[in-house]
Design a protein around this ligand. Structure first.
Ligand code: FES
Ligand SMILES: [Fe+2]
Length: 334
């Protein structure tokens, strides 16, 4: 199959990702009648909705002369190529060749490539190959006590696994998010925490940190984080302050290519109803911009899965387990 991305197809990290669901777009940004070009793991894809609203994710490629279908349009529930006007139905079959309308169109078998697409939590999820695992559960999604707010997307010129690992790391707070998520003059000494592996992925015990401006209220808090990794590019934290106040974040990183990713967030909050969405987004945007600058600077670009390639301490336990897990998923596929 034609392939133009940089990510080496035989590498373990690539293999860990190709059979997984990835968020690629917000549902509302794909309207019926207008195909959309996206990239996932270096593949150029076209997303389109048929008249029933069903989403299709195909290689952005017409089997006639290789034009991009995303530049075409939708007619009668079929996608029309912009070059010679050939039409393809939702099963990927060529139904019309305008230059020869009375002839049976040629077979598109092995020339139109279909991937897996679904909608969930207001996002479009795509898997390049048959997904090994279901779309992760975002436990607060159905809970009406939590206000949900979309933040991002944030565009990083970095590897998606590096970006997810950054999200899972509590010891960078006082430095990268100085005076927001930590105090650079008194960085928290992190207690030992545990990492549990479950059928979904990884989960930590509580990690407690002091935060001068820990959430959109702008007040100092002692925050207790519990992190989860729900998929290689889906992570979550539950941050508890006080008895019942919870601020949860469901993060997805689209692996666009080995050196490019897009971060999509949904935050779920059960306090501070009076606080504006603008205020919440201001803080989210600030924090992720600070993270972006660091993550884009990391070398090597791809997350080293050989533990010996970097130094580690106890507070890196989650990132070590994350690397082991990615390696395990990719090795099973080898
Ligand atoms: S390249 Fe698509 S119809 Fe010719
Ligand atoms: Fe951060």
């Amino acid at each position: 199959m034609l392939y133009t991305g940089k990510w080496e197809r035989e590498s373990i990290d690539y293999k860990a990702l190709k059979n997984q669901w990835h968020v690629v777009l917000k549902s509302q940004d794909l309207i019926i009648g207008k195909p959309k070009a996206i990239r996932l793991l270096g593949e150029e894809l076209v997303l389109w909705r048929d008249g029933s609203g069903t989403i299709h994710a195909w290689k952005d490629y017409c089997g006639h002369r290789g034009a991009k279908l995303s530049n075409g349009c939708i007619k009668n529930d079929e996608i029309e190529c912009p070059y010679h006007g050939w039409r393809f139905n939702s099963a990927g079959e060529c139904t019309l060749v305008p230059a020869h309308p009375n002839q049976t169109p040629p077979s598109s078998k092995n020339l139109i490539f279909s991937h897996y697409a679904k909608e969930c939590y207001g996002f479009i999820w795509v898997a390049l190959d048959k997904p090994d695992r279901s779309i992760p559960l975002f436990s607060e999604w159905e809970n009406s006590n939590f206000r949900k707010i979309y933040a991002g997307p944030y565009f990083y010129k970095s590897n998606a696994l590096r970006a997810v690992e950054n999200f899972l790391d509590a010891s960078h707070f006082p430095f990268v998010h100085a005076n927001l998520n930590g105090d650079p003059n008194f960085p928290d000494i992190l207690d030992n925490y545990q990492v549990f592996k479950n059928e979904r992925g990884l989960k930590t015990s509580e990690i407690s940190v002091y935060q001068p401006y820990g959430d959109h209220r702008g007040i100092p808090v002692t925050a207790r984080y519990t992190y989860s990794v729900l998929n290689p590019t889906t992570a979550y934290f539950n941050k508890q302050t006080g008895e019942t106040e919870r601020f949860c974040t469901f993060l997805n990183a689209t692996p666009v290519d080995e050196d490019e990713c897009i971060i999509w967030l949904i935050v779920a909050i059960n306090f501070g109803e009076y606080l504006s969405e603008e205020k919440i987004l201001y803080r989210q945007d600030l924090v992720f911009e600070q993270d972006r600058l660091i993550v884009e600077s990391q070398r090597p670009i791809r997350l080293p899965l050989d533990i010996k390639q970097e130094m580690h301490v106890k507070s890196d336990k989650l990132s070590i387990e994350y690397r082991y897990w990615i390696k395990e998923l990719g090795t099973i596929k080898s």
